[in-house]
Design a protein. Structure first.
Length: 294
């Protein structure tokens, strides 16, 4: 599945902001393009940076009616990508919400699919369910479920436009409903049953000491990032994405700083092994740490 060639539209749920697209782009062999909320493209520098990351803007009415015409340009770009056998990610629910629940599907996926099929592009639509064990902890368990391809012969293309959209969305919703976990945030027992992967006794024996060292080494960097991000994202669902972006830049600098501090005390070149050993200790901690949100 991960080696499939386009033209493919990955129709996904959207539980965790930019992290959803980043993860899919990481695991697929072919580079992916992803549709993203348009308001983050308003800054020219951000627009240039995000475009280089293969992100394409989609505007909602709440982001300015004057921007809606730009969606036609984005859809035209998607069709160009499909003609070159590319793969595009679309989040069929529209808005991102941290939850284990499939929300009603918007028309965007159906509209883009019908435009491709109407242009005689042999597009295949692949439903993808993305499920996280946590929206606040790092080192989370991730369950990505793939459905079966939806092809043009499964929808009567002679139907009126609105009826075609409804027929397509029903096919997509039927599959996504089986791929996306349905868990109430208060149902801790179901969360443990579906999302938790308990470490074995052997893992506890081998990883406990490295894990505790990893906790001590990384806490001075991670905790400020965590609480600062919580204050920034108190009213939205972008916590994981912001933390990931910050750590991507701060963690290498933190490891170098630790190595320099250690060297200043020991005068030993072995101090720079911290750059290699500390991530392994962090990995050991991830194996044993709590996996679910409180």
């Amino acid at each position: 599945m991960l080696n499939e060639k386009g033209p493919i539209l990955l129709a996904c749920n959207h539980p965790n902001s930019f992290l959803d697209g980043v993860i899919l782009d990481t695991i697929f062999e072919q580079p992916l393009y992803s549709l993203a909320r348009g308001d983050v493209f308003k800054n020219p520098a951000a627009n240039k940076f995000l475009t280089r990351l293969h992100l394409l803007p989609v505007y909602r009415t709440s982001e300015g009616v004057e921007n809606l015409s730009s969606n036609y340009e984005t859809f035209d770009e998607c069709l160009r990508i499909f003609r070159q056998d590319g793969i595009v990610i679309i989040f069929s629910e529209g808005r991102c919400i941290n939850e284990w629940h499939l929300r009603p599907l918007k028309k965007g996926t159906a509209r883009l699919t019908m435009a491709a099929w109407g242009s005689e592009i042999p597009l295949r639509v692949l439903p993808v369910g993305i499920n996280y064990s946590s929206f606040r902890r790092f080192g989370k368990n991730l369950f990505i479920n793939f459905g079966t391809f939806i092809n043009s012969n499964e929808v009567d293309l002679t139907l009126p436009e609105g009826t075609r959209y409804q027929a397509f969305n029903q096919l997509l919703e039927d599959q996504l409903g089986q791929l996306v976990f349905e868990i109430d945030k208060k149902d801790k027992e179901k969360q443990r049953r579906l999302l938790q992967l308990s470490p074995s006794t052997t893992e506890w024996i081998f990883f406990f000491i490295p894990a505790m060292l990893g906790l001590l080494i990384h806490a001075p960097m991670y905790l400020p990032v965590k609480y600062l991000t919580l204050s920034w994202t108190r009213h939205n669902d972008h916590y994981d994405s912001v933390v990931t972006a910050l750590l991507l830049f701060l963690y290498p600098a933190y490891l170098v700083a630790l190595s320099i501090i250690a060297y200043s005390f020991t005068k030993s070149p072995l101090s720079f092994l911290i750059i290699l050993v500390a991530p392994l200790m962090a990995w050991a901690y991830v194996r044993l740490k709590p996996q679910l949100d409180r």
